[in-house]
Write a protein that binds this ligand. Sequence first.
Ligand code: FES
Length: 114
Amino acid sequence: MEYKSNVRVVRVMCSGRIEPTFVLRAFTKGADGVLICGCHPGDCHYQEGNYRCLRRFLLLQKYIRQLGIETERLKLEWISASEGKQFAELVNSFTETITELGPSKIKETMKVLA
Ligand code: FES
């Protein structure tokens, strides 16, 4: 399966391992969008990791909105390792959304806050 070459994949053991600082760091380092993928609800190998991820995601959305960043730049989807075609389609769709939004202004915003 192929997806856009401007995507950088950062693998973690479980979506529950994703700290909010990982996402904020990605934005401040120049990412125009962050797509978080986790196992489908009920399928987490660590029991509740994806539920933890969902709670953090909802908080992060509020936070980035307050920073003036479009919430469309942060997306959470449940997708399993066996859904390669859907993953490629999801990544390409998200990339198109981000391309339409244009470059993120979060880097400048974070400079002002620092
Ligand atoms: S192993 Fe926890 S979300 Fe996939």
